[in-house]
Write a new protein. Structure first.
Length: 553
């Protein structure tokens, strides 16, 4: 017999009773209560991710049903004959079958035939079928009748990671238990105890890294701990840095430093830091995904704790992010997230993914700088607009006096509105200074199709004299660029460059109008007039608002 000390940790410390299971307290209590009440289902179905104890729980259930001491005094230290045989998978009345290797209907028929004979030395004959979703459709159908009305002595226990692949007719005949991922703190405490039993020297930070990589799987955590303990030299502690090298993970603090350098705008150090990470053998996609994870923590750090991050961050990294995030605008973080997600999609297209990452980091620096400049410009415009508003109020008062009792007919009004204020040179060459002037000129020149496209399907990114940068939706006419270029040359006597941008740009004219109208309706609903109308007509609904007087424009 194999020495117990020579076993891998996942087998050496495999739970033997319900008390040994971690993270499955509700499942354990339910099963124990059903056995005590003598209301044992015909079939159990355990589902969940790999390594959380499905097959282990199945064996414990088999022991609980057949233990010579009964479920109340289930063998814990010294096992009875039945429990020891079940633990070693050698009991004649407890058959374990791997559905991955025995998938056919003939295998299930043999099983059913074998079930006709009662147990030899136990109360129940039990079939444990692992990875049951691998059975064929015909095999499942062959099981249905036996599952629904088995002999009293026969019980089935199924385990699977793919519950959706099992026919609903089978699932409905079983008592289903969903085994949960093990919580980070529970798993950390568990592997720390085992580390102490094995006299291993592993730092808490290295254990937390193991917990993070295992993603709630006990088997994965024990396998990684086994690997870590085997790599240790005598009397040497495994620290976080060494653990990262062993498991192929790079230090998250490097990403935090890169993010901090991006906010500072230090291009050279950002690229240098990234190349150091790349030289460690980190794949570009892994870098991007970890960078997205760091962005998430920066955005939501106020609502997180080191434990809630699944130990992805140690205490020092957590405090560092908290400190830096206090000076970062949420809008910047959201923009960074969008650009990084787009780059993740680009990696499958480009031949040199490494260069794409470098360009992403540089773009993020310039994106942050552009937002700061934009905000400064807005602040200056607000100050300037405040002064202009004061002057405009005086001018409007004079203008109102002059226009009192002035009557204009409809044709005059339409004519005034249709003539755009376009600047011209001495040679009658028109100069278009803005996107708004371009739309007005299209209207004046009766180019309605161009006007329609510009207002409905085009989002302005940048406008200069001689150059227009736009983004567009799927409804844009395929000849739009050709038609617009032709008309601009006709109107201004020089060629214009029209380019498409990946940036979303401003809202279209039509979207702006809809938003303005929506806001107008919302504001009107808050007015006393609207409330008075509702008092008299409770079922009235406001569907449109038309401004009058000076608000009309």
């Amino acid at each position: 017999m194999m020495n117990k000390n020579s076993k891998v940790l996942a087998l050496k410390y495999r739970p033997q009773t319900f008390d040994d299971l971690i993270g499955q307290e509700v499942v354990s209590e339910t099963i124990i209560n059903s056995i005590k009440a003598n209301k044992v289902p015909n079939a159990y179905l355990f589902t969940g991710i790999r390594g959380i104890g499905k097959t282990t729980t199945a064996r414990i259930v088999a022991k609980s049903l057949n233990c010579l001491k009964g479920v109340e005094d289930l063998c814990k230290t010294s096992m009875c004959e039945n429990c020891e045989a079940i633990a070693n998978s050698s009991h004649i009345d407890v058959l374990e079958m791997d559905a991955a290797s025995k998938t056919g209907v003939d295998d299930v028929r043999d099983l059913i035939e074998f079930s006709r004979y009662g147990p030899t030395s136990t109360k129940f004959k039990i079939f444990i079928i692992d990875e049951v979703h691998m059975l064929s459709k015909q095999a499942f159908n062959a099981l249905l009748k036996t599952l629904e009305e088995p002999p009293e002595y026969l019980k089935f226990i199924f385990a699977t990671t793919e519950i959706k692949k099992i026919p609903i007719t089978v699932v409905s005949r079983c008592q289903r238990f969903d085994l949960a991922r093990i919580k980070s703190t529970q798993l950390f405490d568990f592997i720390k105890k085992i580390k102490d039993k094995e006299n291993g020297k592993v730092s808490d930070e290295a254990l937390k890294l193991i917990v993070k990589i295992s993603e709630g799987s006990v088997r994965d955590a024990l396998s990684l701990l086994d690997r870590a303990l085997l790599s240790l030299e005598n009397n040497k502690e495994l620290d976080l840095g060494t653990a990262q090298k062993i498991f192929g993970y790079f230090d998250k603090s490097q990403l935090i430093d890169i993010f901090h350098l991006i906010l500072k705008g230090d291009e050279n150090k950002v690229i240098e830091s990234y190349r150091n990470i790349y030289d460690q053998g980190v794949e570009p996609k892994i870098f991007i995904n970890d960078f997205l994870e760091i962005l998430y923590y920066f955005k939501n750090i106020s609502s997180l704790t080191p434990e809630s991050t699944n130990f992805s961050l140690n205490d020092e990294e957590f405090d560092k992010i908290k400190k830096i995030s206090s000076d970062v605008d949420n809008e910047v973080l959201i923009l960074f997230w969008q650009f990084t997600i787009k780059t993740l999609g680009e990696l499958d297209i480009v031949s040199n993914q490494h260069l794409s990452i470098e360009m992403l980091l540089l773009r993020l620096i310039h994106l942050k700088d552009s937002k700061l400049k934009y905000e400064e410009k807005n602040d200056n415009e607000k100050i300037s607009n405040k002064k202009n508003d004061n002057q405009a109020n005086v001018s409007s008062q004079i203008l109102n006096k002059e226009t009192i009792n002035q009557i204009k007919n409809v044709s005059q009004e339409k004519k005034i509105k249709s003539e755009p204020k376009i600047h011209t040179k001495a040679t009658n060459e028109k100069i278009i200074n803005s996107f708004k002037e371009l739309i007005e000129l299209c209207s004046y020149k009766k180019e309605m199709s161009l006007k329609y496209e510009l207002e409905k399907n085009v989002n302005l990114v940048k406008f200069e004299n001689g150059r227009i940068e736009i983004s567009f939706n799927d409804n844009l006419d395929k000849d739009f660029v050709k038609n617009l270029s032709s008309k601009l040359f006709e109107w201004t006597s020089h060629r214009w460059i029209i380019s498409f941008s990946k940036n979303e740009g401003e809202l279209s004219i039509n979207e702006k109008k809809k938003n303005k109208q929506k806001k107008l309706i919302e504001n009107t609903k808050k007015s006393d007039l609207y409330k008075t109308v509702l008092n008299h007509f409770s079922d009235a609904e406001l569907i449109d608002v038309k401004p009058v007087g000076k608000d009309k424009e």
